[in-house]
Ligand binder design. Structure first.
Ligand code: MV4
Length: 498
């Protein structure tokens, strides 16, 4: 069993800082790689060694496999941690790293290949008793045959690009009359977007919740799950708020979904940290969606309720150690919520906002964690994902956790760029969220930019804005002849926002 002495972190931002912190606690040296745009970045300052690998563009820096490998050899790193995004699920990179006798802190390249293809994943998982959305096991190209299958499944159905992901290349078809035109468009879009026009069909789960299970395996065949995370508050397939545990799972359902997640991991001989995604419908039926073969952004909520350090577990597994815990040891303690802090303006359709952090004061105090990569005075670079930090709170129960999150958001003082914190405060203060009664349509169903004004301004101005908006969109009471007064419900709900 080789103990790892030096890790090159092939990433940037908060996840690079996060990995380096655990490595340092384990007495492991750290190597940073950085682009021209990240010269003064926190992960560069934190590392024991740092190497410039190229210009700002990701393709010439954080995705430059040859350059990263060159630095790994030059610095005598014996392992590489990919973080998430960039090369974290690139099987070719994993093979190149291992071919150079460097340990890749993540799963096998074979597991990445299987789970990177929706259809290959379905095929592997089909050998186990894991519920999947009713649909085709393989790509469909013959339109009459596909139409017959769609009729058997029952509308609404979803046409999905085999090479798609993250919501790209999905098309809902509500009735048979629209099938042929939708099939043709979906296939053409898939061909132009992914270079692969193959599509498959599934029953459309109309109002799903997004539940994912953290799994952890070692190189000796042991695999456990670390219960669920609820990730239904998403905007255009970008997660904004995650929590653990979910407010809808019963203990029995948690065990069932957890065992299925372990089976999915077994189907590809998985080791290291991974996440199995499920959809849950209104009747609490769950369906396997896909598996992510990396450490996820939202891993901290799992860490806070289980007491584990997932990066430490990853490093130990990568070095050949057996898992430090068994399934019976996994317990849930309290509740955790994560709010992602994006440099985006929620009052302006979440458009990215760049600038200098003229003010940047982090919240502190009991039960508050900020996985962060910025300090006051730093620029927000335009070249990379706009996520600046993650604000995570822990509470003994869900309501305490929500209250603590509200306090932490109010204490998070950011000036110079707009962020999604105001949206997060709106969301965790909304009746549907507080009651745990929400699904992946939460944002489209409940959020309007004017809501952000409610949190800080008097209702009169909001009423005026709303009246104008409703007049313009033809949904005002007078136009609809609707007697109910939207503002009274707003006044009621207003208490939820405070
Ligand atoms: C679905 C679905 C409903 N029915 N599949 C979106 C991204 C990709 N991971 C799969 N996704 C979905 N697949 C069927 N058969 C609804 C979604 C979906 C979704 C899933 C999880 C979290 C957020 C979502 C937002 C929109 C749609």
């Amino acid at each position: 069993m080789s103990s790892i002495k030096k890790i090159l972190v092939a990433n940037r931002g908060e996840i690079a800082v996060r990995v380096m912190r655990t490595a340092k606690e384990m007495g492991i040296k750290t190597v940073a790689v950085f682009s021209e745009a990240d010269r003064g970045a926190m992960h560069v300052q934190l590392a024991d060694e740092a190497y410039l690998i190229g210009p700002a563009a990701s393709s010439e820096s954080y995705l430059n496999t040859d350059k990263i490998l060159e630095v790994a050899k030059k610095s005598n790193a014996d392992a590489i941690h990919p973080g998430y995004g960039f090369l974290s699920e690139n099987a070719a990179f994993t093979r190149l790293v291992e071919k150079n006798n460097i340990i890749f802190i993540g799963p096998s390249a074979d597991a990445m290949d299987i789970m990177g293809s929706k259809l290959a994943a379905k095929e592997a998982v089909a050998k186990y008793d894991v519920p999947m959305v009713p649909g085709t096991e393989s790509a469909v190209s013959n339109v009459p045959e596909a139409k017959k299958i769609a009729a058997e499944i029952g509308y609404p159905i979803l046409i999905k690009a085999s090479a798609g992901g993250g919501g790209k290349g999905m098309r809902v078809v509500n009735s048979e009359k629209d099938f042929e035109s939708s099939m043709e468009r979906a296939s053409n879009e898939a061909q132009s977007s992914f270079g692969d026009g193959s599509v498959f069909i599934e029953k459309y789960i109309t109002s799903p919740r997004h539940i994912e299970i953290q799994v952890l395996g070692d190189k000796h065949g042991n695999i456990i799950h670390l219960v669920e995370r609820e990730c239904s508050v998403q905007r255009r397939h970008q997660k904004v708020i995650e929590e653990a545990p979910s407010s809808v799972l019963t203990e029995k359902l948690r065990q069932e979904i957890g065992e299925c997640a372990v089976d999915v991991a077994k189907s590809c001989n998985y080791y290291n940290a991974g996440t199995v995604e499920f959809l849950i419908d209104d009747d609490l039926n769950f369906y396997f969606l896909e598996m992510n073969t990396r450490l996820q952004v939202e891993h901290p909520v799992t860490e806070l309720i289980t007491g584990l350090d997932l990066v430490r577990e990853q490093i130990n597994v990568a070095s050949g150690k057996k898992l430090s815990i068994e399934q019976k040891d996994v317990t849930i303690n309290g509740h955790a919520i994560e709010c992602r802090v994006y440099a985006e303006d929620p009052s302006n359709n979440f458009l990215p906002d760049i600038g200098t952090l003229t003010t940047y004061k982090l919240p502190e105090g009991p039960g508050v964690r900020v996985d962060n990569a910025y300090i006051e005075g730093m620029e927000i670079p335009i070249h990379y994902d706009p996520m600046m930090a993650k604000l995570i709170t822990w509470g003994a129960n869900r309501i305490d956790c929500i209250q603590r999150m509200k306090r932490a958001i109010d204490e998070y003082n950011i000036g110079g760029v707009e962020t999604t914190l105001s949206f997060c405060k709106f969301a965790i203060g909304h009746k549907a969220f507080i009651e745990g009664n929400y699904n992946t349509h939460f944002v489209s169903e409940h959020f309007k930019p004017v809501m952000l004004v409610i949190q800080d301004e008097d209702l009169g101005m909001v009423a005026a804005i709303l009246a104008a908006e409703m007049q313009l969109s033809g949904t005002s009471d007078s136009q609809k002849g609707n007697k109910s007064n939207n503002f009274s419900s707003w006044r009621r709900n207003r208490n939820e926002y405070n």
